[in-house]
Design a protein around this ligand. Structure first.
Ligand code: TIU
Length: 220
């Protein structure tokens, strides 16, 4: 078995147990007027990774490997939104408020949708999650068990928030995790760099990191 070229050492890939997770590539994080912008962030950084996320998704689709999309969002009645999350910081619009793309981070609203270029196709799983981690209060664990998945390639946003939180949740559950470097982004370049460094430090304490080209070559 030839592993995927990765840091801190080759990723011991088992193609029949591998899936791609695309974290929160939603308009709310990438477009003006959404949740990310309401927190004061420059959202233009996020759209720059769309081509790399797209070719990663396409590679998994071409290989017949599962692609799982997540969306950070809440129920319209806000019953899954802890007040501590709604009230955190000093956002110009809070979760549930009416914004230019509909209610901020609410399931089914236009702004909550996945970017059109990265939209899921028929048969792909979409996990709606109320937290930063994709395992908390979702069916993700059951879905992966049912599909016999034990290795996860990660992409999406933001690197140090929802992506890293989900990688840590997955790592503790026994999954081997590989982060696709060009297919993830943060509003803060220094946080992306730090997250990549801390994930693969100490002999892959949280997981591996690799370039999109090397991942695609392995599954081609
Ligand atoms: N604010 C921020 O960096 N991220 C989030 O709130 N959600 C995700 O990372 N998806």
């Amino acid at each position: 078995m030839v592993g995927i070229k990765a840091e801190p050492f080759a990723f011991p890939v088992r193609h029949d147990e591998l899936a791609l997770i695309v974290i929160d590539m939603q308009r709310d994080f990438a477009e003006p007027g959404g949740f990310g912008a309401s927190l004061g962030n420059d959202v233009s950084r996020i759209t720059r990774i769309v081509p790399d996320v797209k070719r990663l998704i396409q590679g998994f689709r071409n290989a017949g490997l599962p692609v799982i999309h997540t969306m950070e969002c809440h129920r319209p009645d806000l019953s899954d939104l802890p007040p501590a999350k709604r009230d955190r910081g000093n956002p110009s619009l809070r979760i549930g408020d009416e914004g230019p793309m509909g209610r901020i981070l609410i399931s089914g609203e236009p702004g909550t949708a996945i970017l059109a270029e990265l939209a899921p196709v028929k048969g792909e799983i979409i996990i709606e999650k109320p937290g930063k981690g994709a395992f908390y209060a979702t069916e993700l664990g059951a879905v992966l068990r049912q599909k016999g998945i034990s290795q996860l390639v990660f992409s999406g946003v933001t690197t140090e928030v929802c992506v890293q939180t989900t990688m840590r949740e997955a790592n503790d559950r026994g999954y081997e995790c590989l982060l696709a470097e060009e297919a993830t982004e943060s509003y803060f370049p220094e946080f992306k760099a730090a997250a990549i460094a801390m994930i693969r430090a100490q002999g892959a304490i949280v997981g591996w990191t690799a370039h999109v080209d090397d991942i695609l070559e392995s599954i081609a």
